[in-house]
Design a binder for this molecule. Structure first.
Ligand SMILES: *Cc1c(COP(=O)(O)O)cnc(C)c1O
Length: 354
């Protein structure tokens, strides 16, 4: 039986994408060849790469606005250093809203001065800092739109004259934003776009070429742009499966349509967390993420009963991250309302039994 998968990442993808992708492993486009054995320079695969790129731009509303799309390897973690390598000449600002921001800061410090413009570390990252001053003269300002581990999400992005860089690994394509406020967006595919193995980078070309250091080819955005993400062998299967997910999203009505679904799912789980006296939320209410809901049991002694109940209901992946504890329900784009309802039913069953 298919599980209700609340895993934080790698995570759920649309069932029809799993089916199409597995068919392509056996026979891609009726070519008599598997997607896993064709040349990345074949017309069939070049078409896949092109379609993935143009779907990403179209869904984000960034066509014709000077952006390039790359599908790279090394995960979002490589982007922590690649952004700084390519863009940090003297000093950059970082908003520290969780472990991922913290890791990005650590890498950037290798390349120049890092100013931590704001941080919510003082409260184990259960809120998004607001009302801070942003210094002038930054090479860029870096933020993390959705804090996967802590369940917070930036609703209003900072305004600055410096290029804004955003790690959108866990909420890209989930909500409508003016994406043109960002000069660079990156996202590991495995949270909301595809399988692990590729990282989406959407970059405004005019921010490049401003640092003096020499950049190794594999870490140079300009090299990847000039080669159309084919400087070396791209992660063929991860790009293909991401493309299928983007096609699925477009067919569904794009980001506007999925945002509506995501809001309904979030409302359902958060109202249970708020109304059920056995549970309490972790993230501050106004900063709650629509993607990752973090919560815990008020009485620890109910843990064994609750864990047995959700397992029995076919639910997977709701254990919280070790740095927060409790539970985390990740509800990415492909998660159905029925799955969220299944978890909410177990939570309310627990209240009836306890
Ligand atoms: C998962 C995650 C990362 C790390 O991604 P990798 O692809 O594993 O390197 C970075 N940032 C955020 C917000 C994440 O959720």
């Amino acid at each position: 039986m298919k599980k209700h998968n609340f895993s934080a990442g790698p995570c759920i993808l649309p069932q029809e994408v799993f089916q199409e992708a597995s068919q392509a492993v056996l026979d891609f486009n009726n070519s008599g060849l598997s997607i896993l054995e064709i040349s990345h320079r074949s017309k069939d695969f070049v078409d896949v790469m092109e379609e993935a790129r143009s779907l990403a731009l179209e869904l984000l509303g960034l066509e014709g606005k000077g952006y390039k799309v790359l599908f790279l390897q090394g995960g979002a973690s490589t982007q922590f250093l690649m952004t700084a390598y390519n863009l940090l000449q003297s000093k950059a600002g970082y908003i520290n809203t969780g472990s991922w921001s913290d890791k990005a800061i650590k890498e950037a410090k290798i390349f120049g001065e890092v100013i931590e413009v704001a941080s919510s570390k003082d409260a184990n990252y259960n809120y998004i800092p607001k009302g801070y001053d942003i210094p002038k003269g930054l090479d860029y300002l870096h933020c993390t739109s959705n804090n996967t581990i802590f369940g917070t999400q930036i609703k209003e992005f900072p305004t600055t004259d410096a290029p804004l860089i955003c790690d959108m690994s866990s909420d890209i394509f989930s909500r409508q934003l003016d994406f043109s406020q960002f000069s660079l967006i990156y996202a590991g595919a495995q949270k909301n776009m595809g399988p692990a193995g590729t990282t989406l980078v959407v970059i405004k070309e005019d921010i490049l070429g401003k640092v003096e250091r020499q950049i190794p080819s594999m870490l140079d955005y300009n090299v990847h742009i000039s080669k159309g993400s084919m400087f070396n062998t791209p992660p063929v299967f991860a790009v293909y499966t991401s493309m299928l997910t983007l096609r699925w999203l477009k067919k569904l009505g794009g980001i506007a349509a999925i945002e509506e679904e995501n809001e309904k799912k979030a409302k359902l789980i958060y109202s249970e967390i708020d109304l059920n006296p056995l549970f309490k939320g972790f993230a501050k209410e106004e900063d709650r993420s629509t993607m990752n809901a973090t919560f815990s049991l008020v009485e620890g002694n109910l843990k064994e009963t609750f864990d047995a109940m959700w397992k029995e209901a076919g639910i997977n992946g709701v254990n919280g991250h070790r740095s927060v504890g409790g539970y985390r329900a990740s509800m990415y784009n492909a998660m159905s309302m029925e799955s969220v309802a299944a978890l909410v039913d177990v939570m309310s069953d627990l209240e009836r039994k306890a």
